[in-house]
Design a protein around this ligand. Structure first.
Ligand SMILES: [Fe+2]
Ligand SMILES: [Fe+2]
Length: 350
C-alpha cells in the first residue's frame, strides 16, 4: 500500500465514523435524547465522535487533508428494530475492517487506535443487539412523531441552525486535526469547541427530530485554509454570526414562549460569546508564532498503555523563529504519542 492509498484508507475510516455519529444522533433526536434508548444512542454517537478525532488527528499529523464528508450509512428507518438491525450490520463490517487494518499497519500508535476502534465497534454491536432483544416486538412498531406547535417559519430557522451548527462542528474539527500539536493548546481548544457546538446543534435538531422532520445533514463545506490565522478568522466569523442569529431567534415570540428552549438559547448566546473570546486569544497565540514546534528528528515513540499516557514534551524542541502563524504541520517523522487514552475522553460529556 503506498502513501496515497494509506491516507485514503484513513480518510475512509474517518468518513465511516462521521456517518456513525450522524446516524446515531438523528435516531436519538427522533426518540428523544432523554429516553433510555436516546441516551444510549447519544452516548454511542459521542464515542464515534472521539473515533473521528483519533483518525482525523492521525491524518492531520501526517500533513494530509482530512475528508470531512461523511460516508453513506445504509439503514432501514421504519422502526427502532429495523434501525438497530442496520446498525448491527454496519458495526459488524467495521469490526472486520479495523481488525484487518490493525494487523496491516506498522505504526504502533495507529495500530493501537485501529485496535481500539475495532473493540469499541464490538461494544456498539453488543449494545445494539441488547437493545434489539430488550425491545422485542415493541421495537417493530413504526416510529411515531408528534405534531409541532411551531410555525413553518420557525421550523425553517431551526433547520438553518442545525445546518450552520453542523458546519461549525465540522470546521472546528477540521482545524483541530490540521493544527494538532501536543505543544500547542490550539488543536485541543478547537476540538472542545466542536463538541460544544454539537451540543448546541442538538437543541434544534431534537426539536425537528421529534416532529419527524427530515435531517439530511448534507455536507455544508468548510474552510480549507492551510495556515492558522485565516482558519481561526473563519471560525471566529461563524461563531460571532451564530451568536447574533441566536440573539434574534431568542426574541422571536414563539421561541420566547417556549421556556425550556429559551433558556438553552440564552445559554448558547453567552457560550458563543465565550468561544469568540477563546478564538481571539488563540489568534494572539497564532500571531506571536507557536511557542514550540517539534523537530523532525525526535526519537521513535514509546508504546504506552492506554489510560496512563501523559507525555512530557521532549527536550529536543526548537522555537519557531518567524511570526507568520503556524503552517499545517508536515510531520513525516515520529512524534511522541499524543493523548490517545481513555483520559482523552475528558470533556466528552460537555
Ligand atoms: Fe466508531
Ligand atoms: Fe461504532
Amino acid at each position: 500500500m503506498d502513501r496515497k492509498e494509506f491516507i485514503a484508507m484513513l480518510n475512509q475510516d474517518l468518513a465511516d465514523e462521521h456517518a456513525s455519529v450522524i446516524r446515531y444522533l438523528i435516531h436519538a433526536y427522533q426518540v428523544g435524547e432523554d429516553t433510555p434508548l436516546g441516551e444510549m444512542l447519544l452516548s454511542t454517537a459521542r464515542e464515534e465522535m472521539w473515533h473521528m478525532n483519533w483518525l482525523g488527528d492521525e491524518i492531520g499529523e501526517r500533513g494530509e487533508e482530512p475528508d470531512m464528508v461523511k460516508a453513506d450509512f445504509p439503514y432501514e428507518g421504519s422502526s427502532n428494530a429495523s434501525l438497530l438491525r442496520s446498525y448491527i450490520a454496519w458495526e459488524d463490517n467495521l469490526i472486520d475492517v479495523y481488525e484487518q487494518q490493525a494487523a496491516m499497519v506498522e505504526d504502533r500508535e495507529l495500530k493501537r487506535i485501529l485496535q481500539q476502534l475495532g473493540w469499541e465497534s464490538i461494544t456498539h454491536r453488543r449494545r445494539f443487539q441488547a437493545w434489539l432483544d430488550k425491545l422485542g416486538p415493541e421495537g417493530e412498531k413504526p416510529l411515531e412523531f408528534e405534531e409541532t406547535d411551531f410555525s413553518a417559519g420557525v421550523m425553517r430557522r431551526f433547520h438553518h441552525e442545525v445546518d450552520t451548527h453542523y458546519k461549525l462542528v465540522l470546521q472546528h474539527l477540521r482545524h483541530a486535526f490540521i493544527f494538532e500539536d501536543p505543544a500547542c493548546p490550539i488543536g485541543s481548544e478547537l476540538e472542545l469547541s466542536a463538541f460544544r457546538h454539537m451540543k448546541h446543534m442538538s437543541h434544534f435538531a431534537e426539536e425537528l427530530g421529534e416532529y419527524g422532520e427530515p435531517l439530511p445533514f448534507e455536507y455544508p463545506g468548510v474552510d480549507t485554509s492551510r495556515s492558522l490565522t485565516p482558519a481561526l478568522l473563519a471560525d471566529l466569523e461563524m461563531t460571532e454570526d451564530t451568536r447574533d442569529r441566536l440573539i434574534a431567534l431568542g426574541q422571536n415570540p414563539e421561541v420566547a414562549a417556549n421556556e425550556d428552549l429559551k433558556i438553552e438559547i440564552d445559554t448558547m448566546v453567552t457560550r458563543n460569546g465565550l468561544l469568540s473570546t477563546v478564538l481571539h486569544e488563540l489568534m494572539e497565540i497564532a500571531e506571536e508564532g507557536p511557542p514550540e514546534v517539534r523537530t523532525e528528528s525526535l526519537p521513535a515513540p514509546e508504546v504506552t498503555t492506554p489510560g496512563t499516557t501523559e507525555v512530557e514534551p521532549p527536550s529536543s524542541i526548537t522555537v519557531k523563529p518567524e511570526n507568520s502563524g503556524i503552517q499545517a504541520p508536515k510531520a513525516e517523522g515520529k512524534r511522541p504519542p499524543r493523548g490517545f487514552t481513555v483520559g482523552s475522553l475528558k470533556g466528552s460529556q460537555d
